[in-house]
Design a protein around this ligand. Sequence first.
Ligand code: FRU
Length: 415
Amino acid sequence: MTNLNYTPTIWTRADALKVNENDPTTTQPIVSADFPVMSDEVFIWDTMPLRSLDGTVVSVDGWSVIFTLTAQRNNNNSEYLDAEGNYDITSDWNNRHGRARICYWYSRTGKDWIFGGRVMAEGVSPTAREWAGTPILLNEDGDIDLYYTCVTPGATIAKVRGKVLSSEEGVTLAGFNEVKSLFSADGVYYQTESQNPYWNFRDPSPFIDPHDGKLYMVFEGNVAGERGSHIVGKEEMGILPPGHRDVGNSKFQVGCIGMAVAKDLSGDEWEILPPLVTAVGVNDQTERPHFVFQDGKYYLFTISHKFTYADGLTGPDGVYGFLSDNLTGPYSPMNGSGLVLGNPPSQPFQTYSHCVMPNGLVTSFIDNVPTSDGNYRIGGTEAPTVKIVLKGNRSFVERVFDYGYIPPMKNIILN
Ligand code: FRU
C-alpha cells in the first residue's frame, strides 16, 4: 500500500544519560497538596481533548469537550474500607486500570468541567478495559471517531463512531455503539503478548501529515521479539563515557513509538509501519505518543516513567520529545536528552500522562503529591496546565495556568 522506507530512530543510552531532573526549564512547577478535585465520585487520569485530524483542539458551539479515562471512587465500598470505616484510597487508585472507562466532560470556560457520563454504554466495548486514545471531530455535523484501546483480553487498537450534540444546557453524545477493531501487535515490528506477557501496545493518536495530506497514527509499542532476546549493541548505547558501559539487564526494556498509515481518510483500514523511535536498552514504555507540527517541523511527544527506565539510567515521570524535519525521521531527542517536562525530584509522582497541544499548553493529571505530615494525597483529577515554548530542538517552561485548563484553539458551529 505504501512505499515508505525508513529506519527507526534510536533513542540511545547516551542520549538518556543527558536527562537532567534538576533543569528548571524542563521541570514541571510544584503542584500544591491542596489541589481541588473535579469529582468526589470518580477518579480521572489520561485526558483526551476533542480535536480535529490536524491536531487543533476544538470546541463545539462554544462548549469545550474532553474525554478521560475514568473509574468510580469506591469510598463507600466495603472492599476499600477497614473496620473503622477508613477508606484505602491508595489501593482504590492503584487498581483503577482494571476498570477504566472512557467518560466525557464539557465546559464553557475551558476549565470548570461538567461530568457528561460514559461515551460507550456498558457492554459496547468488547474487552474489560477501555484504555487511552484520541477523540476526533470529523466534520460540522458533529461526527466523532473515538480511537482507543480495547484491553484484556489482548490489546487491540479500535475505533467507535458517534456524534456530539449541543444545546444551551450542555453537551450530549449519541451513537458510540459499534466498535471496529483496527489492529493488534504483529510480532514483526511490534511485540505480541506471546513474545512478552508484559508487552505494551496501545494509545492510538491519529493525525494528518501536513506534508503529504495522508492519515497516519502513532501508538505505544514494544520492539518485536521474544522477551530477553533483544541486543543492546553499539547503536543502542551511543557514545558512552567510561563507567557507563555496563548495560546490566537493560535488554528487557524495549519501548517504541509505533506508526501506521490509513488506506484513505476514512481511517477504516490501516497498514502497520515500522516504529519511528525505539528505546531498546533505554526504557520499556513510550506511552501516548502524539505530534505537534510547528515551524515546518515534526515534534513527536511521548510520556514515560522513572520505573520503566533500564538499568543504569533514570529520568522523571513526564513527557519526552523528539524532533525531525520529516515524518519518518531521523528524529533527534529534544534538549539533547529527550526530556521536555518532568516532575520535580521532590514530588516525583505529582503528575503524569502529559498531552502537549499545538498551542504549547500541556495538560496532565495529578497522581499523588506529598503532604506536610510526611504522607501523600492521591489526585485522580486534572493538574494545573503548563505552557511550554518550543524553539527548534529546545523547549522552555514558561508559565502555569489553572487546573485542567484546556482552552479551544478553534470553535466549530455545528450544523
Ligand atoms: C498512561 C496509561 C496509558 C494507558 C492507560 C491505562 O497513563 O498507562 O498508556 O492507556 O494509562 O490506564
